[in-house]
Design a protein around this ligand. Structure first.
Ligand SMILES: CC(C)(COP(=O)(O)OP(=O)(O)OC[C@H]1O[C@@H](n2cnc3c(N)ncnc32)[C@H](O)[C@@H]1OP(=O)(O)O)[C@@H](O)C(=O)NCCC(=O)NCCS
Length: 185
Protein backbone atom coordinates (compact mmCIF):
# COMPACT_ATOMS: atom_id res chain seq x y z
CA UNK A 1 0.00 0.00 0.00
CA UNK A 2 1.14 3.53 -0.75
CA UNK A 3 0.87 5.94 2.20
CA UNK A 4 -2.64 4.78 2.86
CA UNK A 5 -4.76 2.87 5.26
CA UNK A 6 -6.93 -0.18 4.66
CA UNK A 7 -10.71 0.21 4.91
CA UNK A 8 -11.80 -3.28 3.85
CA UNK A 9 -10.62 -6.07 1.56
CA UNK A 10 -9.40 -4.28 -1.60
CA UNK A 11 -10.34 -0.82 -0.30
CA UNK A 12 -7.96 1.88 0.85
CA UNK A 13 -8.03 5.49 1.98
CA UNK A 14 -5.22 7.82 1.00
CA UNK A 15 -4.44 11.41 0.12
CA UNK A 16 -5.86 12.84 -3.12
CA UNK A 17 -3.58 15.51 -4.56
CA UNK A 18 -3.42 17.97 -7.48
CA UNK A 19 -1.27 15.62 -9.62
CA UNK A 20 -4.26 13.22 -9.61
CA UNK A 21 -6.57 15.76 -11.28
CA UNK A 22 -7.30 13.61 -14.36
CA UNK A 23 -8.19 10.58 -12.25
CA UNK A 24 -10.32 12.79 -9.97
CA UNK A 25 -12.20 14.30 -12.93
CA UNK A 26 -12.88 10.85 -14.42
CA UNK A 27 -14.22 9.68 -11.05
CA UNK A 28 -16.45 12.75 -10.57
CA UNK A 29 -17.80 12.41 -14.13
CA UNK A 30 -18.77 8.82 -13.32
CA UNK A 31 -20.18 9.65 -9.88
CA UNK A 32 -21.77 12.98 -10.83
CA UNK A 33 -25.36 11.77 -11.07
CA UNK A 34 -25.14 10.15 -7.62
CA UNK A 35 -23.57 13.04 -5.78
CA UNK A 36 -24.69 16.25 -7.48
CA UNK A 37 -28.04 16.55 -5.67
CA UNK A 38 -26.10 16.96 -2.41
CA UNK A 39 -22.51 18.00 -3.12
CA UNK A 40 -21.92 21.44 -4.62
CA UNK A 41 -18.20 21.11 -5.50
CA UNK A 42 -19.10 18.98 -8.53
CA UNK A 43 -19.97 22.24 -10.28
CA UNK A 44 -16.32 23.34 -10.30
CA UNK A 45 -14.95 19.89 -11.23
CA UNK A 46 -16.04 19.99 -14.86
CA UNK A 47 -12.69 19.81 -16.62
CA UNK A 48 -9.13 18.91 -15.68
CA UNK A 49 -8.24 22.49 -14.79
CA UNK A 50 -11.24 22.80 -12.48
CA UNK A 51 -10.36 19.44 -10.90
CA UNK A 52 -6.75 20.52 -10.35
CA UNK A 53 -7.77 23.88 -8.89
CA UNK A 54 -10.14 22.19 -6.46
CA UNK A 55 -7.45 19.71 -5.35
CA UNK A 56 -4.92 22.55 -5.16
CA UNK A 57 -7.25 24.49 -2.82
CA UNK A 58 -7.31 21.51 -0.48
CA UNK A 59 -3.53 20.99 -0.78
CA UNK A 60 -3.12 24.61 0.35
CA UNK A 61 -5.60 24.11 3.19
CA UNK A 62 -3.67 21.02 4.23
CA UNK A 63 -0.42 23.03 4.23
CA UNK A 64 -2.17 25.67 6.35
CA UNK A 65 -3.64 22.93 8.60
CA UNK A 66 -7.16 24.17 7.86
CA UNK A 67 -8.58 21.37 5.71
CA UNK A 68 -7.76 18.01 4.11
CA UNK A 69 -8.91 15.79 1.27
CA UNK A 70 -8.72 12.01 0.84
CA UNK A 71 -9.73 9.50 -1.80
CA UNK A 72 -11.08 5.96 -1.49
CA UNK A 73 -9.78 3.39 -3.95
CA UNK A 74 -11.60 0.11 -4.45
CA UNK A 75 -9.61 -2.55 -6.35
CA UNK A 76 -7.33 0.28 -7.52
CA UNK A 77 -10.15 2.51 -8.81
CA UNK A 78 -10.99 5.89 -7.27
CA UNK A 79 -14.61 5.53 -6.12
CA UNK A 80 -15.12 8.30 -3.59
CA UNK A 81 -13.60 10.63 -1.08
CA UNK A 82 -13.77 12.50 2.16
CA UNK A 83 -12.74 15.91 3.29
CA UNK A 84 -12.20 17.95 6.36
CA UNK A 85 -14.24 20.83 4.92
CA UNK A 86 -13.17 22.88 7.90
CA UNK A 87 -10.42 22.20 10.44
CA UNK A 88 -9.84 24.83 13.09
CA UNK A 89 -7.14 23.90 15.58
CA UNK A 90 -7.72 27.04 17.65
CA UNK A 91 -11.27 26.04 18.57
CA UNK A 92 -10.86 22.26 18.19
CA UNK A 93 -13.78 22.15 15.73
CA UNK A 94 -13.87 20.51 12.31
CA UNK A 95 -16.41 19.27 9.77
CA UNK A 96 -16.18 16.09 7.71
CA UNK A 97 -17.93 15.54 4.38
CA UNK A 98 -17.92 12.53 2.04
CA UNK A 99 -19.15 11.09 -1.24
CA UNK A 100 -19.14 7.83 -3.18
CA UNK A 101 -19.95 6.67 -6.66
CA UNK A 102 -23.09 4.51 -6.69
CA UNK A 103 -21.10 1.31 -7.33
CA UNK A 104 -19.23 1.73 -4.01
CA UNK A 105 -22.23 2.45 -1.79
CA UNK A 106 -23.58 -0.03 0.72
CA UNK A 107 -20.25 -1.57 1.82
CA UNK A 108 -19.55 0.54 4.89
CA UNK A 109 -16.57 2.28 3.26
CA UNK A 110 -17.60 5.78 4.32
CA UNK A 111 -18.55 4.70 7.83
CA UNK A 112 -15.13 3.10 8.31
CA UNK A 113 -13.26 5.98 6.67
CA UNK A 114 -15.02 8.56 8.86
CA UNK A 115 -14.13 6.48 11.92
CA UNK A 116 -10.47 6.74 10.92
CA UNK A 117 -10.72 10.50 10.33
CA UNK A 118 -12.46 11.07 13.66
CA UNK A 119 -9.89 8.92 15.52
CA UNK A 120 -7.06 10.87 13.90
CA UNK A 121 -8.67 14.26 14.58
CA UNK A 122 -9.29 13.50 18.24
CA UNK A 123 -6.39 11.23 19.18
CA UNK A 124 -3.59 12.67 17.09
CA UNK A 125 -4.67 16.29 16.64
CA UNK A 126 -6.48 16.93 19.89
CA UNK A 127 -9.68 18.15 18.23
CA UNK A 128 -12.80 18.30 20.35
CA UNK A 129 -15.79 18.54 18.03
CA UNK A 130 -16.43 16.83 14.68
CA UNK A 131 -19.45 17.94 12.67
CA UNK A 132 -21.33 16.25 9.85
CA UNK A 133 -23.85 18.37 7.94
CA UNK A 134 -26.39 17.18 5.41
CA UNK A 135 -29.57 18.34 3.73
CA UNK A 136 -32.63 17.10 5.62
CA UNK A 137 -33.59 15.20 2.45
CA UNK A 138 -30.31 13.24 2.38
CA UNK A 139 -31.25 10.06 4.21
CA UNK A 140 -28.13 8.05 3.31
CA UNK A 141 -25.90 10.80 4.65
CA UNK A 142 -27.86 11.15 7.89
CA UNK A 143 -27.67 7.35 8.27
CA UNK A 144 -23.85 7.54 8.23
CA UNK A 145 -23.85 10.06 11.09
CA UNK A 146 -26.36 8.00 13.04
CA UNK A 147 -24.40 4.76 12.47
CA UNK A 148 -21.31 6.49 13.85
CA UNK A 149 -23.15 7.44 17.02
CA UNK A 150 -23.18 11.16 16.27
CA UNK A 151 -25.87 13.33 17.83
CA UNK A 152 -28.39 15.26 15.74
CA UNK A 153 -28.07 18.70 17.29
CA UNK A 154 -30.58 20.53 15.15
CA UNK A 155 -31.70 21.79 11.77
CA UNK A 156 -30.53 24.98 10.15
CA UNK A 157 -33.58 26.21 8.27
CA UNK A 158 -33.06 27.51 4.73
CA UNK A 159 -29.33 27.28 5.26
CA UNK A 160 -28.04 26.40 1.80
CA UNK A 161 -29.25 27.76 -1.54
CA UNK A 162 -28.39 25.20 -4.21
CA UNK A 163 -29.75 24.63 -7.68
CA UNK A 164 -32.78 26.85 -7.33
CA UNK A 165 -33.83 25.51 -3.93
CA UNK A 166 -33.03 26.70 -0.43
CA UNK A 167 -32.21 23.59 1.59
CA UNK A 168 -32.53 22.92 5.30
CA UNK A 169 -29.40 21.33 6.80
CA UNK A 170 -29.09 18.91 9.68
CA UNK A 171 -26.12 19.38 11.99
CA UNK A 172 -24.77 16.16 13.50
CA UNK A 173 -21.75 16.15 15.80
CA UNK A 174 -19.50 14.00 17.92
CA UNK A 175 -17.60 15.64 20.74
CA UNK A 176 -14.63 14.13 22.55
CA UNK A 177 -16.82 12.97 25.46
CA UNK A 178 -19.08 11.04 23.02
CA UNK A 179 -16.02 9.59 21.27
CA UNK A 180 -14.87 8.00 24.53
CA UNK A 181 -17.97 5.77 24.12
CA UNK A 182 -17.78 5.43 20.33
CA UNK A 183 -19.49 2.36 18.81
CA UNK A 184 -16.32 1.22 16.96
CA UNK A 185 -14.07 1.17 20.04
C1 LIG B 1 -23.74 9.70 1.74
C2 LIG B 1 -22.94 8.51 1.18
C3 LIG B 1 -21.46 8.83 1.19
C4 LIG B 1 -23.23 7.30 2.07
O1 LIG B 1 -22.75 6.13 1.44
P1 LIG B 1 -23.16 4.70 2.04
O2 LIG B 1 -22.72 3.66 1.10
O3 LIG B 1 -24.58 4.72 2.46
O4 LIG B 1 -22.28 4.66 3.38
P2 LIG B 1 -21.24 3.56 3.84
O5 LIG B 1 -20.13 3.49 2.86
O6 LIG B 1 -20.89 3.86 5.24
O7 LIG B 1 -22.08 2.22 3.75
C5 LIG B 1 -23.20 2.01 4.62
C6 LIG B 1 -23.99 0.82 4.09
O8 LIG B 1 -23.10 -0.29 4.06
C7 LIG B 1 -23.59 -1.32 4.94
N1 LIG B 1 -22.40 -1.93 5.56
C8 LIG B 1 -21.84 -3.08 5.11
N2 LIG B 1 -20.77 -3.38 5.84
C9 LIG B 1 -20.64 -2.39 6.76
C10 LIG B 1 -19.70 -2.13 7.79
N3 LIG B 1 -18.70 -2.96 8.05
N4 LIG B 1 -19.84 -1.00 8.53
C11 LIG B 1 -20.85 -0.15 8.31
N5 LIG B 1 -21.77 -0.35 7.33
C12 LIG B 1 -21.66 -1.46 6.57
C13 LIG B 1 -24.52 -0.59 5.90
O9 LIG B 1 -25.47 -1.48 6.45
C14 LIG B 1 -25.16 0.40 4.96
O10 LIG B 1 -26.07 -0.29 4.17
P3 LIG B 1 -27.30 0.35 3.34
O11 LIG B 1 -26.72 0.79 2.06
O12 LIG B 1 -28.23 -0.79 3.16
O13 LIG B 1 -27.85 1.47 4.16
C15 LIG B 1 -23.39 8.16 -0.26
O14 LIG B 1 -24.74 7.77 -0.27
C16 LIG B 1 -23.20 9.32 -1.23
O15 LIG B 1 -22.13 9.53 -1.75
N6 LIG B 1 -24.30 10.08 -1.50
C17 LIG B 1 -24.24 11.20 -2.42
C18 LIG B 1 -23.30 12.28 -1.94
C19 LIG B 1 -23.65 12.74 -0.55
O16 LIG B 1 -24.82 12.83 -0.21
N7 LIG B 1 -22.65 13.04 0.26
C20 LIG B 1 -22.85 13.53 1.61
C21 LIG B 1 -23.15 14.97 1.57
S1 LIG B 1 -23.61 15.55 3.20
Amino acid sequence: MLFGSRLAEGAELRGLEPWQAAEFLAHIDEARANIEPYVSFVDVVVDEQGAREFLQRYAERQAADSGRLYGIWLEGKLVGGLLFRTFEVRTGCCEIGAWLSAEAEGRGLITRAVQQLIDWAIEVRGMNRIEWRCFTTNERSAAVAKRLGMTLEGTLRQDFPYRGEVHDSQVWAMIRDDWEHRPWK
